[in-house]
Design a protein around this ligand. Structure first.
Ligand code: ADP
Ligand code: RBF
Ligand code: MG
Length: 382
């Protein structure tokens, strides 16, 4: 849903940190799993939605309650905090975060970082992200205002320090409390939900995006990106490999578009940094060769799958199945978010358009240079 009908051009951007720019959830989850095990409890992510974006003590109280821990929220925080501190070095930027910060900073668009996390905690996280701290004109932590999000205070305080009027500020947030805070501050809000299945709840936001790659700054009167090539966006290449597994058995049968599914399970943490969506790249099949490919990663909204899948369509006519064969992918470009099409025909038509984009774009630099990477060739020799 992208109803970005802006009322006025924006001159300042106010960004949330956790879940919007930095994937701290995967790191926090690792710490919590370990910590709960000490209390003989199994971390299962229950209550994630309620905790998203809350200030640490509030989130802690919810965890103590959800997992029936024999301690107070304060005790829990005191005990677990040191483990978080030495884990922030493992937090990775979310898709498009570095690109957006560099883009706005290089175009002189003043930015503020407004996070519900305490100021000290923000500084620790920023310490590991090259060039981030100096890109923000203003940084405000949840402990530097009376009330945390969903109160508008933190965004109003950020606008004041930026000497900007609220209507000229664009807020970018991943959580419902953050969106509420931005709207209550009289600002327009772009939501990039970190829990994809929750996207339909973000009705207050002016625009809901799948990931930051899909942000069109020009719609808010901000400088446009200039890095899209042939309807695709070059990304930091990422490498996936594994045996070809059974998917939902409908690629070739229902769509006439067979996809060689790869397991997404062991990739869950890296996938957190790889947004769901439609990508292009190169595929190496152990016994056959290297091919252009176009693929989807996500829940296939049209079918609303229960689990995330990686579904590359190799752009070549194979005369038989190749389940079990070692498939290597080098993913080099982003095309679009997955969409819930109104009909199967519309879905099929869109996927064929994706194929045409991939066919053409992969002949161009920077994509064409990855066709011969050793990672793909190694697959051939196994
Ligand atoms: P499933 O998704 O359950 O595996 P599909 O109908 O999508 O079933 O068929 C996928 C299988 O078809 C792949 O695992 C592969 O063995 C085979 N296949 C044949 N041609 C292709 C192709 N061009 N791209 C991907 N897979 C192909
Ligand atoms: N499924 C969706 O529900 N929405 C999409 O936008 C979508 N885009 C796709 C793009 C490509 C290039 C490919 C290969 C698949 C896409 N799919 C999408 C997944 C498709 O529905 C799935 O491959 C089949 O259902 C087979 O499992
Ligand atoms: Mg398939």
């Amino acid at each position: 849903m992208d109803n970005a009908c802006t009322t006025q051009s924006k001159s300042h951007v106010l960004l949330d940190l956790d879940g919007t720019l930095l994937d701290t959830d995967s790191v926090a989850e690792e710490v919590l799993k370990e910590f709960l095990a000490k209390y003989d409890k199994q971390w299962d992510g229950r209550g994630d939605e309620q905790r998203l974006g809350k200030r640490p003590l509030e989130a802690a109280a919810l965890i103590v309650e959800d997992y029936q821990l024999p301690c107070t929220a304060q005790q829990f925080m005191t005990e677990i905090w040191p483990s978080f501190e030495n884990m922030w070095c493992k937090a990775k930027p979310l898709p498009g975060a570095v690109r957006l910060i560099k883009h706005l900073h290089s175009h002189g668009v003043p930015m503020a970082l407004a996070s519900n996390s305490p100021r000290k905690n923000i500084e620790e996280k920023l310490f590991y992200q090259q060039g981030w701290k100096e890109s923000f004109s203003v940084i405000i932590g949840g402990d530097e205002v009376e009330e945390g999000k969903p109160s508008p205070q933190i965004f109003l305080e950020a606008a004041k320090k930026l000497q900007a009027e609220p209507p000229s500020c664009l807020v970018i947030e991943d959580s419902l409390v953050g969106v509420t805070a931005g709207k209550a501050a009289g600002m327009e809000v772009v939501a990039v939900p970190s829990i994809k299945k929750q996207a339909s709840l973000y009705t207050e936001a002016n625009c809901v995006l799948n990931c930051l790659f899909d942000l069109r700054p020009e719609r808010w009167g901000l400088p446009p990106f200039e890095d899209w090539i042939a309807n695709s966006l070059p990304i930091e290449p990422w490498y996936i490999g594994g045996p070809v597994i059974k998917g939902f058995g409908r690629g070739s049968k229902i769509l006439g578009i067979p996809t060689a599914n790869l397991s997404a399970d062991e990739l869950s943490s890296t996938l957190a940094q790889q947004a769901c969506g439609v990508y292009l790249g190169w595929a190496g099949l152990s016994t056959r060769g290297i091919y252009k490919m176009v693929m989807s990663i996500g829940w296939n909204p049209f079918f609303d799958n229960t689990k995330k899948t990686i579904e590359p369509w190799l752009l070549h006519e194979f005369d038989e199945d190749f389940y079990g064969e070692e498939l290597r992918l080098v993913v080099v470009g982003y095309i679009r978010p997955e969409a819930k099409f109104p009909s199967l025909e519309a879905l099929i038509e869109k996927i064929h358009e994706d194929r045409r984009i991939a066919e053409e774009a992969l002949d161009l630099l920077p994509y064409s240079q990855y066709q011969d990477v050793p990672f793909l060739r190694t697959a051939l020799s196994t």
